[in-house]
Design a protein around this ligand. Structure first.
Ligand code: SF4
Length: 362
C-alpha cells in the first residue's frame, strides 16, 4: 500500500510505522482475516468469489484463538474482511479480542449492512471502517450486482462517521469504472470522508485480466490520483501495485520520496502481510491461490518456513524482472497476477507499467 498523500505532501499518516519502518520481522505485521464467505452482494470483481448466504462459517472460537496467536506473533493490524464481515453476527467479539490484545482492527465492508445497532456494538473495538465504492451510483450498482447498493453503502458510511469512527472509501480500478475517478473524489469531498484507497485489480476469484485496464490508461489514472492527492486534505492511497511508487518518484524526483519507498520495500506478500481464508487456510495474500498453512497453527508458515515463504523472503533470486533498477522499491509487484495470467508465479507482473512511465518521464 502506498500513501500517495504522504509521499507528495510529506505529512505523516496512520500506518507509517508499518509502511516505512524498514525493519524485517519474523512474522507478518498485517493479517487479513476473511471471516466469512457469505455476502449480500455479488460483485463482478470479488477476489474471494463470495455471494452466498448459506456458507458455514468457522466457529467464533477458532477466530478468537487465531487472534491470540496473532498477538503472540506481534501482528499490528488485523483487517476484518470476507465476504461481507458484517454477515457474521459475532463479528464484534472477534474485533474485541484483537482490540483487547492491542491490535489495530480495521473493517473492510461493502457498507450496506452498517446500522446504528451494529456500529454501537463494534465501535469501541475498531479503528477504521473502509467501505467499498466503485464509482457513482449507476457504475457502483452495476459492479456490485444489486440496485440500491450505492445509497446503502454511503448511508452505512455516514452512520460509522456519526459514531466517531475514521472512515474511508475503497475503489478497485477496473475498465468499468476507471473513467469515474473525478466523481469519486467529488463524493469524498461532499461527504467529508477521511481517506480513500484505490486498489489495482488482482486477478483472483471472479476477477480476471479481461476486467483490468491497459497499462497506458493505468499511468493516466494514477497521475490523476496523484494530482488530486496534492490538493486535498484527506489521505489518498493506492494498493496492490508498487509501480505507483516509481511513478510518484519520477513525477517528483524527490530523494525523500525514493528513501521512503525504499524503506517500504514494495510488495511484501507472505512477509509483511498474509491472509486467512474463510476455511482457515493461510495464504501469502488475499489473491495468491497457494496455501501455506492452517489457522490452527498461525506461526508455522514463518517458523518452518513454508517453501513459498522462504522463496518470497528471497524473491530477488526468483522473480524474473529482478534486474529492474527499481526492484528495491517494487519487489516485483503482485505475484498473484503473474501467476493468474502466465501460470508462472515468478513471471513479470502484467500490471507493471514501468515502460509507460519511462516513455513519459525518462
Ligand atoms: S519490472 Fe518488476 S521490479 Fe521493475 S517496476 Fe516492473 S514489476 Fe517492479
Amino acid at each position: 500500500m502506498i500513501s500517495v498523500s504522504r509521499l507528495l505532501r510529506d505529512k505523516p499518516e496512520t500506518g507509517d510505522h508499518v509502511r516505512y519502518s524498514g525493519k524485517s520481522n519474523p512474522y507478518p505485521l498485517v493479517l487479513v482475516f476473511n471471516v466469512t464467505r457469505n455476502c449480500n452482494l455479488r460483485c463482478v470483481h470479488c477476489y474471494s468469489n463470495s455471494g452466498t448466504r448459506s456458507y458455514q462459517d468457522l466457529p467464533l472460537d477458532t477466530w478468537l484463538r487465531a487472534v491470540r496467536q496473532a498477538a503472540d506473533m506481534g501482528v499490528k493490524h488485523i483487517l476484518l474482511s470476507g465476504g461481507e464481515p458484517l454477515m457474521r453476527r459475532d463479528l464484534h467479539l472477534i474485533a474485541k479480542e484483537a482490540h483487547d490484545y492491542g491490535i489495530r482492527v480495521e473493517l473492510s465492508t461493502n457498507g450496506t449492512m452498517i446500522t446504528e445497532e451494529r456500529i454501537s456494538e463494534i465501535k469501541n473495538y475498531i479503528d477504521y471502517v473502509g467501505v467499498s465504492l466503485d464509482g457513482p451510483k449507476e457504475i457502483h450498482d452495476k459492479v456490485r450486482g444489486v440496485e440500491g447498493a450505492f445509497e446503502r453503502a454511503l448511508e452505512g458510511l455516514k452512520v460509522a462517521k456519526k459514531f466517531g469512527l475514521k472512515t474511508g472509501l475503497r475503489m478497485t480500478l477496473t475498465r468499468l469504472n476507471y473513467a469515474h475517478v473525478d466523481e469519486v473524489f467529488r463524493i469524498m469531498k461532499e461527504n467529508d470522508i477521511d481517506r480513500i484507497c484505490f486498489y489495482h485489480l488482482a486477478y483472483a476469484g471472479r476477477a480476471d485480466a479481461s476486467l483490468d485496464i491497459p497499462n497506458s490508461e493505468r499511468l493516466k489514472v494514477v497521475e490523476k490520483i496523484a494530482d488530486y492527492a496534492k490538493n486535498t486534505d484527506f489521505e489518498v492511497l493506492t494498493a496492490d501495485n508498487p509501480v505507483d511508487g516509481i511513478l510518484l518518484y519520477k513525477m517528483t524526483r524527490s530523494p525523500t520520496v525514493y528513501e521512503l519507498l525504499k524503506r517500504n520495500g514494495g510488495n511484501k506478500s507472505g512477509e509483511r502481510i498474509a491472509d486467512v481464508s474463510p476455511e482457515g487456510i493461510i495464504y501469502p495474500d488475499q489473491f495468491t491461490p497457494i496455501p501455506i498453512g492452517i489457522i490452527e497453527n498461525l506461526k508455522e508458515p514463518w517458523d518452518k518456513p513454508h517453501p513459498l515463504v522462504a522463496k518470497l523472503r528471497d524473491r530477488k533470486k526468483y522473480v524474473k524482472c529482478s534486474s529492474c533498477p527499481f526492484f528495491e522499491v517494487c519487489n516485483g509487484g503482485l505475484r498473484a497476477r503473474a501467476y493468474a495470467v502466465t501460470g508462472d508465479f515468478w513471471e513479470r507482473d502484467p500490471s507493471c507499467y514501468l515502460d509507460e512511465i519511462q516513455k513519459k518521464y525518462g
